[in-house]
Design a protein around this ligand. Sequence first.
Ligand code: NAP
Length: 348
Amino acid sequence: MRRELGRMTTRLLRSGRDALLDASIFYSFDRSGFRRHARSFTPGDLDVDLTAKVCLVTGANSGIGFETSRALAGRGATVWMLCRDRQRGQRAVERLRAATGSSRVHLALLDVSDLGAVRRFARELPAPRVDVLVHNAGVLPDRRLESADGHEITLATHVLGPWTLTQALAPKLRASRDARVVFVSSGGMYTQRLSLDDCEWRRRPYDGVAAYAQTKRMQVVLAELLAEELPAAGITVSSMHPGWADTPAVQTSLPRFWKAMQHRLRTPAEGADTVTWLAASPAARGRSGLFWFDRRPRSTHLLPWTRESGADRRALRALCAGPAAGSATVPDAAPVPLKARRRAASRR
Ligand SMILES: NC(=O)c1ccc[n+]([C@@H]2O[C@H](COP(=O)([O-])OP(=O)(O)OC[C@H]3O[C@@H](n4cnc5c(N)ncnc54)[C@H](OP(=O)(O)O)[C@@H]3O)[C@@H](O)[C@H]2O)c1
């Protein structure tokens, strides 16, 4: 009896300490957060054979995309590394083949911000089926840049491109019995309320950090919208954030943050862990439309004023499906309300 009481007290103290550390953000997004959260990962969740799987990873030549590709290829998957630069892509493919011994690692040249190229890629992909699509490519520019189609670059890279790619690959995703689509968002999205107002940044001074965080918020809502539209097809759509990982993007786009934090950052592989888990683990199957961090579904809002309206969600849907994105694919499944799916997922 006394021993049982002791165990309960220890558990309570531990969960109180975890809640405090998680609320601090710092000791949650950093590497100590990963290592603490990893203590409650279910062993064996990623003991999977992916030999029959076809996986696509955008922005795969470095950082989290590279480590996700490595984790998938290491489990036997055929991995298409979707990179925008031939040389960087080729070097990454060679590095990955050498690291995993796999010959099923391929390079596809794709700038995901270029919507025509995205549609062409989907048409020409020599695979009858896609089991995993990871939207990982990301940018944090210091000035307003435009994509080939004239869209602001974070909007094109994080939102319009991934939406177009998902829609264009939908027939190939439907051909899989257990397809997964994963958006690599960012904890930075917590600072933003979804807003479509001047999302091309034409009428105000450009703020790259805000554009980045706003489009990362859009990715979270986009995953929810796609999850509402694709459930009958057996496609699990998720968004996640990797915490703070030491990657080229952080070093070059946020040099001061990187300098101050470099000894507390997660490794790229730690940043890629939840991406891989969502893409590959049976434990993540069917839990569509949720936002994940360190293998656990998390709230999509930490601040009350970031909650979007239904009108904002519809505006995002219209932006993606409209002529701006050049995609007008109509989903073929009846939407399942998000609340119903959240309830179902939390019962698992
Ligand atoms: N590291 C973190 O702490 C952190 C935190 C939150 C979220 N994230 C997210 O994690 C994802 C991966 O970033 P990372 O930290 O691993 O940085 P990274 O190593 O710089 O990787 C970004 C990748 O995206 C590629 N890319 C950018 N624009 C592209 C485009 N238009 N088409 C195709 N590829 C494109 C880059 O290619 P190039 O090499 O050709 O530039 C690079 O391979 C991003 O979405 C980022 O927002 C990272």
